[in-house]
Design a protein around this ligand. Structure first.
Ligand code: ATP
Ligand code: PAF
Ligand code: BAL
Length: 356
């Protein structure tokens, strides 16, 4: 058995997961399951031979409408669609929620099997689900503590330390690494990622460009608009499952704060003023939350250039910016609601150049 470079409790956890996989029969499904890298490569070679386009939706499972919107988009634009479900230990720092991350494979498979898209009168369903093991994805082992990691990692310099990366400094290296491996196996024609994780999605696009990947070409990394709760606008997220009923009722604060910043900016306010407008909404939200016994803490609301990821100067405003550059702006935020970290963003300006 290969040595997993995980702290003891994580190693035991992974061994248990493996044992469970070996003992348990996978949930019944009509969708072919690819459990190994070899089987996924064989599946892909056949698609290459048949000259079929392959859309790829990488995920960590626990599906919601956000995931399903990516799958539908892929189904409508590709001959074949493959979805991966892999909770990557490397992207959970020590102390983060790897063990409790929601895992609901049966339900996920049911949702995929039930999701059809009609293209020219022909119904398309997900063609395959890739469910790799930790051992195969990290042949040199993986620790969640970066200092003791061994093996090969991918880093996209310059776009991993701002926004969410400032709070989770090891996240984007781990994502760049796992996504590179997934791309090496799946070799997708098109990839579909969510705007909800805008920093991740733009970093992956840059990774494809910088590493001269052909499958996928950077131009074929599609960023799909965030799906929100129709009532309070909360961005759907697997981690929302951690929220209690009272916490969930407070979660709309983040999007409302971002909207307030966007409005202030659109009306000609400086970046400083726009961020203050967001902070004021959060302060009000905190008072309302406290009355329900819910604690909230704002990590940040920030505005960054969508291309360089540089933080905008506080004195900039819509008018001055249009003189200097027309890249869209990433208005992003992170809010703790109880023990759950929520992220969200609005792309200001010509969002169509990055999201579609
Ligand atoms: N609300 C959403 N709208 C559109 N895409 C989404 C949404 N939420 C997640 N995605 C996208 O789905 C893909 C898989 O994400 P993942 O499985 O991590 O789910 P998640 O809801 O983002 O989970 P988490 O709560 O851990 O952030 C990513 O590209 C992600 O950006
Ligand atoms: C892109 C990803 C599948 C890599 O593990 C993950 O970060 C996610 O689901 O957003
Ligand atoms: N869903 C984005 C990746 C992460 O939070 O780990």
């Amino acid at each position: 058995m290969p040595l997993l470079l995980l702290p003891r409790n994580h190693r035991v956890f992974c061994q248990l997961c493996r044992l469970r996989r070996q003992l348990s029969v996978l949930p019944p499904t009509t969708i072919p399951i690819l459990e190994s890298v070899a089987s996924c490569r064989t599946w892909r070679l056949k698609a290459f031979d048949e000259k079929k386009s392959v859309g790829f939706v990488p995920t960590m499972g626990a599906f919601h409408e956000g995931h399903l919107s990516l799958v539908r988009r892929s189904l409508s634009e590709n001959d074949l669609t493959v979805v991966s479900i892999f909770v990557n230990p490397g992207q959970f720092a020590p102390g983060e929620d790897f063990e409790k991350y929601p895992r609901m494979l049966s339900r996920d498979l049911e949702q995929l099997a039930g999701g059809q898209v009609s293209v020219g009168g022909v119904f398309r369903t997900t063609s395959a689900v890739f469910l790799p093991s930790v051992q195969e994805m990290h042949p040199s082992g993986i620790t969640r503590d970066v200092a003791s990691q061994k093996g090969t990692f991918v880093e996209v310099e310059g776009c991993s330390h701002q926004m969410e990366g400032a709070i989770r400094p090891t996240l984007y290296r781990a994502i760049a690494t796992i996504v590179t491996k997934l791309f090496n196996v799946v070799q997708p024609t098109n990839v579909y990622l969510g705007q909800k994780d805008i920093q991740q999605a733009l970093m992956i696009r840059q990774l494809c460009r910088d590493l001269l990947l052909a499958d996928p070409d950077a131009k074929r990394v599609h960023i799909v608009r965030t799906v929100r709760d129709p009532i309070d606008g909360v961005a759907l997220s697997s981690r929302n499952a951690y929220l209690s009923v009272d916490e969930r009722s407070c979660a709309g604060t983040l999007y409302r704060a971002l909207q307030a910043a966007e409005t202030a900016w659109t009306r000609g306010g400086t970046k400083e003023k726009s961020i203050s407008a967001a902070a004021a909404v959060v302060e009000q939200g905190k008072i309302e939350a406290a009355s329900k016994g819910v604690e909230m803490k704002l990590e940040y609301v920030e505005m960054n250039d969508a291309d360089s990821f540089e933080v905008l100067d506080g004195k900039l405003h819509k008018g001055s910016r249009s003189l200097g550059g027309t890249n869209p702006i990433l208005l992003t935020g992170m809010l703790w609601v109880g023990k759950t970290r929520l992220v969200d963003n609005i792309v200001i300006g010509d969002s169509g150049t990055i999201v579609s």
